[in-house]
Design a protein around this ligand. Structure first.
Ligand code: NAP
Length: 513
């Protein structure tokens, strides 16, 4: 099978060097894709000229209905997508729920949000402000969608959620999208977009798909476009530094590497519900998607006197293998290159920490398996790599802290993370942790025994919550309910008569994002 691209309203073959899409369990080739010889300037132009106006002619509620229609097409084909996810990513049923169901659920969430915004085409902040003594002339801040195209570049680990999470918000905002999934796992993104296009639920030009290549994309951006990137910090740095990107001044969102943490509260002894919830969560985070999750827990911070107890509790049997087999809990990494990167990364971490547990993995054959690996770092203050190098696999490092201040300082050594979870029943510690950790995280989950079951999970990005993080995590913001719309809209201070501003207020959707 050769994957095609959907550009300028047509399915097209690429030329040049092809990437092979493989089954990471068997090594079988599933498809190939080549990204050369494509007129991307024309594709972007089609999206701007045809897709943009069609979307902007609709109201938020109508665009919300588009998202609902897309979600319905995808829901009808969900089993096939799970199968593709198994084939191309080695996904277990739980992994599929994160990616396939996560993508569909996010579309449905933003469909509902669009309905709530009603028959409006712009957003307005709630308050007018006077500009001088004369109250008749005031200002009101209005948000209007950009006139260009949203270019979405995604990482290999979420070919569904990564795609639809971004697409949902851009389309709801009225911006057409050119989506670029990572080539190695584009099979699922391709199948989903093909079904949506064939169902005819989106206006022409609203959604384009580039499955590989795109190295010239950043040279083609124009003012009024936006770029949203998820992937490694190295690639992010290169793309954001592109001269055309800088000259055009386009909004550029980055979701990159992250050394997320979980903190066991000073109060949480081995017999507490918080201790049990903490251990369960860390084990889950290490194994779901074989640790190939941007939000996965990489650093496990526990009071020094509980280091041994936590280590013992985390030394659990994990069945790694082919997800097609009964009882397998963790699948492979996505390809050989990722196995090599994880091996190299693990070697770096062992400069600071020692391996205290590794699960068995099937040996021999073509499978890209990597063992669930727990490291222990007894001197986290003197360590460097465990706070700075993200191993994108089932690898996490246990480390002790002395007191609350020390715990917060260690979390901050990650230099900006997507998420930290804190397990405590101590209300004072919970409050201190929330504020101290908020500056260095995009999300902080505080869990005590009463909410352990209600907590969707450290690694789950709920569309209501902001996803992104400062510093190393890229400094980006996605999701977060209505806040997600900000990225695709320009805020403008409208000055005028109170009558004029009142009219704008009455015809727009109230927005405090
Ligand atoms: P990557 O190598 O940086 O690739 C990311 C995307 O960028 C792919 O679609 C890739 O395309 C594309 N790309 C690479 N160079 C490009 C260029 N010059 N012009 C245009 N596009 C280009 O990252 P990855 O290996 O896929 O993902 C793993 C990393 O992503 C991890 O470090 C992880 O932390 C991070 N991640 C972060 C989040 C988050 O939300 N913060 C989520 C998931 C992953 P090709 O595939 O065609 O090369």
């Amino acid at each position: 099978m050769i994957l095609q691209h959907y550009l300028g309203g047509r399915w097209l073959d690429g030329t040049g060097a092809a990437t092979a899409l493989l089954d990471p369990v068997t090594g079988d080739e599933l498809a190939t894709v080549a990204g050369g010889g494509l007129d991307l300037a024309a594709a972007l132009d089609h999206a701007r000229r045809v897709g943009g106006p069609a979307l902007k002619a609709m109201t938020y509620a109508e665009r919300g209905a588009l998202l609902k229609a897309v979600a319905e097409v995808l829901t009808a084909n969900r089993d096939r997508y799970n199968d593709l996810s198994l084939q191309n990513s080695g996904a277990t049923a739980v992994d599929c729920a994160f990616d396939v169901d996560g993508g569909i659920g996010t579309l449905r969430y933003f469909a509902g949000l669009g309905k709530g915004l009603g028959d409006t085409r712009h957003l307005v902040e709630p308050d007018m402000e006077r500009l001088g003594r004369d109250e008749s002339f005031q200002t009101l801040h209005v948000w209007a969608p950009y006139g260009g195209v949203a270019i979405h570049i995604n990482a290999f680990n979420f070919p569904s959620w990564g795609l639809w999470g971004k697409v949902a918000v851009a389309l709801l905002s009225g911006m057409p999208v050119l989506a670029k999934p990572a080539a190695a796992t584009a099979l699922l993104s391709h199948a989903m977009v093909k079904d949506v296009i064939e169902a005819g639920v989106l206006p022409d030009g609203a959604l384009s798909l580039l499955c590989a290549g795109g190295r010239e994309l950043m040279d083609l951006v124009r003012p009024q476009d936006v770029v949203s990137f998820t992937g490694s910090a190295d690639t992010a740095r290169r793309l954001r530094a592109n001269a055309t990107v800088i000259a055009a001044g386009v909004p550029f969102n980055i979701e990159a590497d992250s050394l997320n943490a979980a903190v066991l509260g000073p109060d949480a002894g081995p017999e507490t519900e918080e201790f049990a919830a903490f251990v369960k969560e860390v084990l889950k985070e290490m194994t779901v998607k074989a640790g190939q999750k941007c939000t996965a827990i990489r650093r496990i911070l526990v009071p020094a006197d509980r280091l041994d107890a936590v280590q013992e509790a985390l030394t659990a049997k994990v069945v790694v293998g082919d997800p097609r087999q009964e009882g397998v809990r963790m699948g492979p990494l996505v390809n050989r290159a990722q196995v090599q990167a994880a091996e190299e990364g693990l070697a770096r971490l062992t400069q600071d920490a020692r391996v205290v547990f590794q699960s068995d993995v099937p040996r021999g054959g073509a499978g890209c398996f990597f063992p669930a690996t727990l490291l222990r770092c007894d001197d986290p203050d003197g360590a460097e790599a465990v706070h700075a190098h993200e191993v994108f696999g089932p690898v996490a490092t246990l480390m002790p802290y002395r007191d609350a201040h020390h715990a917060f300082a260690l979390v901050a050594r990650g230099e900006g993370s997507l998420v930290t979870s804190v397990f405590t029943a101590d209300a004072d510690f919970a409050a201190r942790a929330s504020v101290a950790l908020a500056a260095v995280n995009g999300r902080v989950a505080v869990v005590d025994g009463s909410v352990a079951k209600a907590n969707p999970g450290h690694g789950v990005v709920m569309p209501q919550c902001l996803h992104g993080g400062p510093g190393r995590a890229g400094g980006g913001e996605e999701m977060g309910g209505r806040r997600a719309l900000r990225f695709y809209h320009q805020r403008c201070a409208i000055q005028g008569s109170v009558a004029h501003l009142t009219r704008l207020k009455e015809t727009g959707a109230s927005f405090t994002g």
